[in-house]
Design a protein around this ligand. Structure first.
Ligand SMILES: NC(=O)C1=CN([C@@H]2O[C@H](COP(=O)(O)OP(=O)(O)OC[C@H]3O[C@@H](n4cnc5c(N)ncnc54)[C@H](OP(=O)(O)O)[C@@H]3O)[C@@H](O)[C@H]2O)C=CC1
Ligand SMILES: O=C1O[C@H](COP(=O)(O)O)[C@@H](O)[C@H](O)[C@H]1O
Length: 513
């Protein structure tokens, strides 16, 4: 994994990250939303951290005809207007912007790649290394890669690298993901392809491996013998916003499950890898995703709930019906929420349900993994008026990253009375986190040639293989999309799904002590 930290006493860790090798970072889609909102701020944060060397350069590629000066002025304006805006008057921005160039051209025009080649030739004195970041609509992923290949730009000379970063969504189903993998692998080696899943850039997701494999106390109880069930939640308050066209054709299941949600599940359920070697880690994660039980058509009833938001209030702001959103079909049956009951058919997890839920326009923004343990034998405390809640470990991915553990303690006094208490570790209490969009680690790792946190072809395909039967099962007409009010915890049927198994979702709105 990318950066290491050095523990000095208890608090404030100094980053100890080696600078990334010199390279030219080409951004296809240089005038797009992702570039200005996430990529440039991440590169700024990396520059601020001091991990970009003087011979690092960025070249934007987009169809807008403009000079390099105009592109730099455009970017400066755009990033200055972002919420939590970057300091465009400061030294870091000056350093970064002086390294930004621009190539105008159509992605489908071979002449564009001739200009990119010239640009790389001019940079040869500094470096032959290049990253091609495809911040473009998915229909261009294969085309651009093939054009790069045809122009000889993916050929690696000794001691140089050529990496391609592919954004999401990676396919819309299994056949399209397979076809995309085939086309990419026809022009580049697997080791050159970096399929991004930005959830893997989140600090607490990476912390899962430290938590599980760096501590003696958790791993021995991390199995069906001690764990009752797992709940994985990615709740968002945002609506579909301006993305109606993409989202209405996609839905929550395709948008979030085969990638982000299954990555969280894989981090939770994977076996210890033999080392931190990228393939050792990715092989273990892929094995988990491959072991997710495939749903059969009738299984969907009771194991999958799809929801769609109706008008309501999120954080006091009025939200309209999903069906009234821009570019959304007024009779849309697309889900903006999905809850699933999954099983991982492995020795370790046999019979343990993994409940997964994700949705938009919910009460709060909260991404977490909750591990509910089996109850202790209750014989000693059977006289108590209410049964104690089982132990619960929650890995808080966002916001307020950390880990908490619920357990029972005696209430002070002469009578034996127990109460649930919570131990809570918050990252912010121990570590000074550098400002982050979540893309920094991923970009840094790609520059350093470390694909551990990127998805391999087989991982992506395994994700779609598990999701396809769910899509088929829920599109057979039996399942109806359930409505929920914007600002709520999601559709009531999702609660019924857990209640049938004797469980309850953790409330989205709850205080963390
Ligand atoms: N935006 C986000 O928050 C996130 C985006 N992503 C992914 O990142 C990728 C990019 O998304 P986003 O930045 O929103 O997309 P945008 O549409 O905002 O950006 C794409 C850019 O490519 C340009 N372009 C389109 N066609 C061509 C062409 N034939 N030749 C040259 N330039 C062209 C567009 O120009 P024009 O505007 O003129 O069409 C635009 O400037 C997508 O795969 C998306 O799924 C992933 C996570 C988050
Ligand atoms: O990839 C996506 O992720 C975001 C959620 O990411 P987060 O880092 O903000 O939690 C989601 O809103 C979007 O629909 C999806 O495409």
């Amino acid at each position: 994994m990318g950066s290491e930290t050095v523990v000095l006493g208890q608090k404030v860790l100094a980053p100890d990250t080696a600078p990334a090798p010199a390279s030219t970072f080409f951004i296809f889609g240089a005038s797009g939303d992702l570039t200005k909102r996430l990529l440039l701020p991440s590169l700024y944060n990396l520059a601020n951290e001091g991990v970009l060397v003087d011979d690092f350069a960025i070249v934007g590629v987009d169809r807008v005809e403009q000079s390099e000066e105009d592109y730099r002025a455009y970017l400066t304006d755009e990033v200055a207007n972002l919420p939590g805006h970057l300091d465009t008057e400061g030294e870091t921005w000056k350093w970064l912007i002086s390294r930004i160039g621009y190539v105008a051209g159509d992605f489908e025009d071979p002449a564009t790649y001739g200009r990119i080649r010239e640009r790389l030739e001019r940079r040869r004195q500094q470096t032959g290394n290049a990253v091609f970041y495809l911040a473009v609509a998915p229909r261009f992923f294969a085309t651009i890669s093939e054009q790069l290949g045809a122009a000889g730009l993916l050929k690696e000379e000794p001691e140089t690298f050529r990496h391609v970063v592919v954004e999401k969504p990676f396919g819309t189903d299994l056949p399209s993901a397979r076809a995309l993998n085939r086309r990419l692998l026809a022009v580049a080696d697997e080791r050159q392809i970096y399929r991004i899943d930005h959830f893997l850039g989140k600090e607490t997701v990476q912390n899962m491996m430290a938590l599980r494999f760096g501590n003696g106390i958790f791993e021995p109880i991390w199995s069906k013998e001690y764990i009752d069930h797992v709940q994985i939640t990615a709740a968002e308050t945002v609506t579909v916003e301006q993305r109606g066209r993409f989202y209405d054709a996609t839905g929550a299941l395709r948008d979030m499950v085969p990638n982000h949600m299954f990555q969280l599940l894989a981090m939770t359920a994977m076996e210890p890898p033999n080392s931190f070697d990228a393939d050792a880690v990715r092989t273990e994660k892929t094995k988990v995703i491959e072991a997710i039980r495939h749903m059969r058509p009738n299984d969907a009833i009771g194991a999958a709930v799809r929801g769609q938001y109706r008008a309501g209030f999120v954080n006091g702001q009025a939200v309209r019906d999903y069906r009234a959103e821009r570019d959304v079909d007024p009779e849309s049956r697309t889900e903006t929420y999905v809850a699933l009951k999954c099983f991982v058919d492995s020795w370790r997890w046999n019979g343990v349900p993994f409940y997964v839920r994700t949705g938009k326009a919910l009460a709060v923004r909260r991404t977490e993994i909750a591990i509910q343990f089996k109850r202790a034998p209750g014989v000693l405390f059977r006289h108590l008026p209410t049964a104690l809640k089982p132990n619960l470990m929650v890995i808080h991915v966002q916001p307020d990253e950390g880990v908490s553990l619920r357990f029972a303690a005696k209430v002070p006094g002469r009578k034996v009375k127990l109460s649930e208490v919570e131990m809570d570790f918050k990252y912010a209490d121990y570590f000074k986190a550098a400002p982050s969009t979540g893309y920094e680690t991923l970009i840094y790792d790609c520059l350093c040639g470390d694909p551990t946190l990127f998805q391999r072809a087989d991982t992506i395909e395994a994700g779609w293989e598990a999701v396809e039967p769910i899509i088929e099962a829920v599109s057979g007409g039996e399942d109806e999309v359930q409505f929920y009010s914007a600002g709520s915890n999601g559709p009531a049927m999702a609660d019924v799904m857990l209640a049938q198994d004797g469980f309850q979702w953790l409330p989205l709105e709850r205080e963390r002590r």
